[in-house]
Design a protein around this ligand. Sequence first.
Ligand SMILES: *Cc1c(COP(=O)(O)O)cnc(C)c1O
Length: 484
Amino acid sequence: MTKAKLQKKKLVPISPDQQALLRALPAVDSLMALVAKETFIESIPHTVVVNSIRKVVGHRRQQILDNDPAMNEDSVSDARMIEVVKNVVHQAMTPNLKRTINATGIVVHTNLGRSLLAPEVIDNLVTIAGRYSNLEYDLAAGRRGSRYSSVEELICEISGAEAALVVNNNAGAVLLSLETLARDREVIVSRGELVEIGGSFRVPDVMAKSGGILKEVGTTNRTHLRDYENAIGPNTGLLLKVHTSNYNVVGFTAEVSLRELVDLGAAHQLPVMEDLGSGTFIDFSRFGLLKEPTVQESVTAGADVVAFSGDKLLGGPQAGIIVGKKRVIDAIKKNPITRALRIDKLTLAALEGTLRLYRDEEKAARTIPTLRMIMLPLPEIQDRAQGFADRLKRIGGPRMHIRLLESASKTGGGALPLIDLPSLCVGIQIDGLSPNTVEKMMRNNNPPIIGRIEDDLFVMDPRTIQEDEYATIEIAFENRIMKA
Ligand SMILES: *Cc1c(COP(=O)(O)O)cnc(C)c1O
């Protein structure tokens, strides 16, 4: 607060009503003595109780000073204060990170944790979490081993790459690769690929931090091979291609393929790198969806380095995967930054489990939740939407109005950016409650249920609702919303 504001605040006189409320407000000590008799504080750490009481008393005092119209004698009564403390203690004891129901229809929803792990994967993850493991121990040789050998082999097997490396996330993978290959040297990138991904990952900024010198070529909509060629000079270190994950350039466009860049790189003895962004091992066009470039295609095209995420279309844990030529990957492995970006054993367990599922593509599509949701057939979604709507109608009675909306789900995560996945959503309107109120109540449910508002309806997309979550949503409507 500025000094002027502070003074202004002080000058506002406190009314007799406010003074009375301040006198009635229990002190921290007396409230503590009252709360000590309550059963709800059993097994609650003392510091949590004391901090909660301080917070509640402080907040009330401020409300009175601010002349909050909701303040009256009852607000500062012992019973009311104890009730508020109880809520604050309860909140303090609940984990901040909690399971959430994603009814948004955005499959790889970064704010909601991106990918869900397959049940088979979770089993091993839980075991590894609670036990010692051979994380860095070579059981055959009886001595120290490599943390990464378990996944690197699998990644090479699936992608066809000579070598692989895994780090904390794809942003880290890109930073590390650029730092290794292009520090103090020019990196040639098309102007059409200087993208910003959510969460402030911007290609020019990452480039600057890596020490690489950005050399933009071409135009926003069209870049030609000769643009790259003309930009190559004595200080060129790398040719970079970036997947424009979250937007499309349409109309009068031209881009240079990875293969052409690889040929150009070979002619000038320059390495070529691709930031694939999402990265997938599966050719979605085989399943009737629009094509997303695969990791295998980038490897086959001859890229020296390909970087992609573990938790976008791949459907695994957060990780950054780097594949490519052995000589180049070995150089990246030797970079000290690699150690700062290393993944932990839980990620490793989850990643290995997910990668194992990819040995059988059909099985991967069936069992990896991200893939299963993206490929969920429309008739199945329609069935779920209809059943869900019927059950809600019985719960909601005449106050609830339900509409089935032909709508679109999204892949999310900067993959298949402009593709709508056709879906059938359940839209709800309740007499006497605004859609915003319904949305907020659902969001504050335990577990929180996240939907969206469309056409003045609270809308839920069955594509991202897990089968055992419908009952939870229905209970929320029955016990909270319809009683409001
Ligand atoms: C998502 C994305 C990244 C960042 O990946 P994270 O795994 O979120 O760190 C980098 N580049 C592109 C093109 C992306 O789409």
